[in-house]
Design a protein around this ligand. Structure first.
Ligand code: DNO
Ligand code: MN
Length: 380
């Protein structure tokens, strides 16, 4: 297993590479070119520059004796253009053009040494929460989802609020440029069924998976978050059955999962450990985090420790250890702690402290369960 940490890039994240360097166990920086729009091809120059930024120790740090390096083997995400998901021209782009750009990006990332590219296949928006700074009993704050708020929410009105500056919405996919075109995107989804989405997904995979096979890079789909339809748009990567159906769309091992156990577990009764065991040979990357169900589909994110919530993070790490998992893994969202609630605000869910604590917990469990295996492998 290789431990990763998601980083939004210089000047685009309150967390720095120097901070991450001091978290024991992190080997891989999970990165992206966040200024790129879905559908745009990434240039080799921009990719190489970002990889160099991540993998090179700045001279100033070297002079202080810093020797610890990272690799840049995981990208999260290269976003899929809406035309690919709806299977027709939208936002001024045909799906074949978007697919061509996606394939070119994959080839260039492979040339730069990237091994895994994460993406999602959610209609319109990425992950959704109704409160980004929900107070927890310990005084920290966390991401929070309340179904009644979503039921009351009209995305068109939310778009107006974002555009007028009245909304404090910093969710991915809710950027003003995108919200301005929401009516066009929503219209493109009219009549698109779950089955249509799978058919469009297969068309996409047929085109890009051969590129992955040729250049030695893997695609890893992140489950829907939350794992059920929102605003009436069809989500197709939500449940265990969905994951099996998605994987069956293309048999190449290069088509696999970024199995986010926090997202997957938001459906009450979803068995995260069973998902790990079932899909093990197609898991390239995994997000391990904890949530607590509050009934009626509501949930709050909590600390990574198993007993803090409803996700069996110990069972998950044990399942990975028993299978000899060699893929990438990262903590996912964390709570916002200490001065993250007062003097500075990180990106919601992506502060430094709780993710660092989460990593130490996950690695502690990992080391313990591995040491208890019948043939204890060397620590790593
Ligand atoms: C949430 C993340 C997701 C994920 C994308 C993958 O924090 O896990 O935003 O990066 O859905 O494309
Ligand atoms: Mn995730």
């Amino acid at each position: 297993m290789k431990m990763g940490f998601r980083w939004y890039g210089d000047g685009n994240d309150t967390v720095t590479l120097d901070h991450i360097r001091q978290i024991p166990g992190v080997e891989t920086i999970v990165w992206s070119l966040h200024h790129k729009q879905a559908g745009e091809a990434w240039s080799q120059e921009e990719i190489d520059a970002e990889v160099a930024r991540i993998t090179t120790i700045p001279a100033e740090a070297r002079e202080r004796g810093v020797t610890r390096t990272f690799d840049a083997e995981v990208v999260e995400s290269v976003n899929v253009h809406e035309s690919i998901k709806v299977g027709k021209r939208v936002l001024g782009m045909d799906r074949d053009e978007a697919i061509e750009n996606y394939a070119a990006t994959l080839e260039r990332l492979a040339r730069a040494g990237v091994k895994v590219v994460t993406y999602n296949f959610m209609p319109v928006f990425d992950w959704l929460r109704t409160d980004l700074w929900h107070p927890l009993p310990d005084g920290s704050t966390a991401l929070f989802y309340e179904q009644a708020v979503v039921d009351r929410m009209d995305p068109a009105k939310a778009a107006d609020a974002v555009l007028s500056g009245a909304a404090e919405l910093t969710l991915p996919g809710w950027e003003p440029e995108r919200m301005a075109r929401l009516p066009e995107i929503a219209a493109a989804y009219e009549g698109v069924t779950h089955d249509d989405m799978y058919a469009h997904y297969e068309y996409f995979l047929d085109a890009v998976v051969p590129v992955c096979d040729e250049f030695g890079i893997s695609l890893a789909v992140h489950p829907d978050d939350p794992p059920f339809d929102v605003f009436g748009w069809p989500r197709v990567v939500s449940t265990k059955e969905d994951l099996a159906r998605v994987l069956a769309l293309n048999d190449s091992p290069r088509h696999g999962l970024a199995l986010c156990l926090g997202s997957f577990s938001a459906n009450e009764g979803a068995d995260a450990v069973d998902a790990v065991v079932t899909f093990m040979d197609r898991i390239h990357f995994s997000h391990v985090r904890n949530i607590k169900h509050l009934g009626g589909g509501d949930f709050t994110e909590v600390a990574h420790r198993a007993c803090e919530g409803d996700v069996d993070t110990v069972g998950i790490m044990r399942a990975y250890a028993e299978a000899g998992y060699t893929g990438y893994l990262r903590p996912d969202h964390g709570r916002h702690l200490w001065d993250e609630n007062t003097t500075h605000r990180p990106r919601p869910g992506y502060g430094l402290y709780d993710r660092a604590l989460g990593i130490q917990y996950l690695l502690g469990v990992w080391d313990a369960v591995r040491a208890a295996l019948p043939e204890a492998p060397a620590a790593r």
